[in-house]
Design a binder for this molecule. Structure first.
Ligand SMILES: [Zn+2]
Length: 418
């Protein structure tokens, strides 16, 4: 497809090019608020900050929703409930001919007790700060691209919904239902996770599941009556050796045993052991295959006299496959990038994000439209500040293009409900 820069795109793009200082100031305020996934008060403060900006600058309908608590299995094998922050939905022109779902997460991986809480300039263009790239800067990119769209003469052709969720970094356990409900109402999705430091995007993504295997045996004295004990750690060790054999059993399948806890002292046969592990899969139908393997391991332990095992967890994120609709959408974005003299490409990744959720509900999406940055999920996380306006311009151009010329081939066949 041949694209050219239209005259009608210029005023809003010019406005964006002057917008870095405003974005940078907002970012500095946002990164100073801790919003670890397990800190709902901080997550809500960040949500309120963005909600006020969306309401004021875009005159959109802003609503906050409460999510059900997150149920997880403790290392003692108990199911516990944990409060999550709220979810915001922001909408404008929901009946427009082309409807776009934009998503961003308010949470970061840095909890209240993390040592990494403040921002530091490494040079004029590099800011080291918690969540700066992942993805407080990304939501500012989203906001500014929408603001540019609202200035564009063709903006009435596009209706948009923004979802800001509080729990992406823990797998979106409370917000995934929102993606399922909103995906069918839209033609495409835009997610503002960070791009790679060189500006390239993620394409295909693996699916991911987190699981907990809790094993109960029977305690006994290690010297007096060990024969009466049923050692839960030994059973877990067997289970782990079985789990590890799943690595590579299907193309691209990886399994990581991440946490193990059991026992209290060496002179007692331990009666509980909890194992937490993560599985990544390349193809959607590998999920069912994996679940069967896990159930077989659980069953083997349950068949041993004196032992019981329970299994919790699921594939919260299915693989994102680059089908024709995705190729078409990425192709359009690449052309838009060309107009900004950016050479854009994309590569497969084992990492997951809400783009997986959207594509599992049939919504083609690009999920790394946020800022350029790197070393995310570490205390060295950084954002390249010039990418705030660069990436806002890229998303804005994509929106202008869609508003003017409609959906690209490959996306037109999709049935969209109201
Ligand atoms: Zn993220």
């Amino acid at each position: 497809m041949y694209l050219r820069m239209h005259e009608s795109d210029q005023p809003a793009l010019h406005w964006l090019s002057q917008h870095r200082a405003w974005m940078e100031d907002r970012l500095l305020e946002l990164v100073s608020i801790n919003s670890g996934s397990h800190n709902p008060i901080g997550v809500n403060r960040v949500g309120e900050y963005y909600a006020a900006l969306f309401a004021e600058r875009l005159e959109a309908a802003v609503d906050k929703y409460t999510l059900d608590p997150w149920q997880r299995v403790s290392m003692q094998g108990q199911v516990i409930e944990q409060e999550l922050g709220g979810l915001w939905r922001i909408r404008k022109r929901p009946d427009a001919p082309i409807r776009i779902l934009l998503t961003g997460h308010l949470d970061t991986v840095f909890g209240k007790d993390s040592a990494f809480q403040s921002a530091q300039y490494q040079d004029n263009n590099t800011l080291n700060a918690p969540g700066a790239a992942d993805m407080k800067g990304g939501i500012l990119v989203m906001l500014s691209a929408l603001e540019a769209l609202e200035q564009h003469p063709d903006h009435h052709n596009i209706g948009w919904t923004v979802l800001l969720n509080p729990d992406e970094e823990i797998g979106s356990p409370g917000s995934s239902g929102w993606f399922a409900r909103e995906a069918p109402r839209h033609h495409l999705g835009l997610v503002f996770e960070p791009a790679l430091p060189d500006g390239n995007l993620a394409g295909e993504r693996k699916g991911s599941g987190n699981f907990t295997l809790s094993i109960n045996g029977r305690s006994a004295h290690a010297g007096r009556n060990p024969q009466e004990g049923r050692n839960a750690i030994s059973a877990a060790a067997w289970a782990i050796s079985q789990l590890e054999q799943l690595n590579g059993a299907r193309e691209g399948l990886t399994l990581n045993t991440g946490i193990l806890e059991g026992g209290t002292t060496t002179n007692q046969v331990p009666d509980t052991c909890v194992v937490k592990f993560n599985i990544r899969i390349q193809r959607p139908d590998d999920a069912d295959w994996c679940l069967t393997q896990l159930e077989n391991i659980q069953l083997s332990i349950n068949q041993r006299e004196g032992f019981s095992a329970s299994l919790h967890g699921s594939f919260g994120r299915m693989p994102k496959v680059m089908d024709d609709a995705h190729q078409s959408l990425y192709g359009l974005l690449k052309n838009c990038a060309g107009l900004l003299d950016l050479d854009l490409s994309w590569q497969p990744t084992g990492g997951c994000c809400d783009g997986n959720n959207l594509s599992s509900h049939g919504l083609p999406n690009i999920d790394t439209l946020g800022v350029r940055g790197g070393l995310i999920h570490s205390a060295d996380e950084f954002i390249c500040l010039d990418s705030l306006t660069e990436r806002a311009s890229l998303s804005a151009l994509l929106l202008f293009q869609l508003a003017r010329d409609g959906l690209p081939p490959g996306l037109t066949g999709r049935e969209v409900t109201l």
